[in-house]
Design a binder for this molecule. Sequence first.
Ligand code: NAD
Length: 468
Amino acid sequence: MEEFDLVINGSAHTTVDRFIVINPATGEPIGSAPNATLADLDTAVASAKRAFVDWAQKSDADLKEATLAVAAKIGEHAEELARLVTLEQGKPLNGLGSRWELGGAQAWAGYTAGLSLPVKVLQNDNAGRVELHRKPLGVVGSITPWNFPVMIAVWHMLPAIRTGNTVVVKPSPFTPLATLRLVQIINEILPPGVVNIVTGDDTKVNLGAAMSAHPDIRKIVFTGSCATGQKVMQSAAATMKRLTLELGGNDAGIVLADADPKAIAEGLFWGGFINNGQTCAAMKRLYVHDDIHDAVCQALVDYASKIPVGDGLAEGSVLGPIQNRMQFDKVKRLVEDAKTRGKVLLGGEAGEGLFFPPTIVAGLKNGDPLVDEEQFGPVLPVIRYSDIEEAIASANDSPNGLGGSIWSSDIEAARKLALRMQCGSVWINKHGAIQPNAPFGGVKSSGLGVEFGEEGLAEYTDIQTVFS
Ligand code: NAD
């Protein structure tokens, strides 16, 4: 059994109460996590606030070195952390699974270390000198979801500490273990209080809600659902917190008539089914031109039917179970409804426990629940279109705007169409391929602000302009 304590002010912090963590592949308990109280949260925030006094004064070179050291630590412990992610999240060790997640976490940490926000001289003439400085905010509260527990925690924490802030991180109640261990490891090299962690099961106490309203937290970086993101924004108003909100998506892919169905099938599949579809910027609706609709469906089915689904700890598994019962029930409900409206081309029947096979459904349209709602699971609806204007309008007809993609052999034509998609990122002949040097964020209801790159780093700072 995996048992970890909270880490506050660099030390283990025990709680009276704990909660059980379940392996979604087996339904068996794999460990337990601390059920923190509001007093524990206050202790963690106070520790981060104290640590901020010295940490904010560190030189840029020192902050860079510390961030690089964290990246190296993640690398040293990658296999141990990957195993924890597989146990609690369900994703396989292999494929685009937990080892890949840990590789990404280390790469992101390393890249973030190399970023910086030097002083900008806006004016320097006889009339005077004007400098723009980027200053750390204070305590950053990080609230993470259950789909990529380690990678998203790294996306939140590393830019925070790189810019001289301190952190209290709160993982999802479904996946607290790998993050608890990650914070333990990080604390072997960072000064006490720079990174603290609280976990809870969201039953008696909602730590995320308390963090969003906490007077000593200066910023919340939140990744999760649109509904919870809106609550964070409301609670944060009274203390005027800085916010980065990475929320849900309902990304559309559009396949043009000139695409080669066999050549794009693999990319389409992984665009939609990465992490079993439990990915914010996965493709969740696919619009395909009438001329090649049947050929694309066939190529997708051929590729998807060969994917091994099983317990993530088995080296041969490429996809695992759905992470939790609530998400499983949502996927099942949407698929059952879709059966009455369209045609299931592959999958469609729930397996044992939380397993659900890759499922492809054709014959749907905007207005059908599987098209309009974010399924966040291993199901892709394919929608036939004949006019590109109609496809663009249907793709944009969503309150969400995280990602989108265009699939075509004419890259220039695809680039022009990309600019008409109402979303924060658009890919051509791929989907969801985020990278640490490119700002990533949602438009419309998919969020506020961006992560990654200099623009993402800047969100962990306030501007101070000095006039002399
Ligand atoms: P969720 O919103 O249910 O939970 C996210 C986190 O918020 C958890 O840690 C939870 O404990 C916490 N929380 C619960 N109530 C809260 C409150 N009132 N105030 C503050 N925090 C609170 O989301 P989830 O089910 O864990 O994740 C799935 C969702 O996340 C999907 O909609 C998905 O699209 C989205 N997501 C978005 C991105 C992105 O970058 N845009 C990435 C991953 C997931």
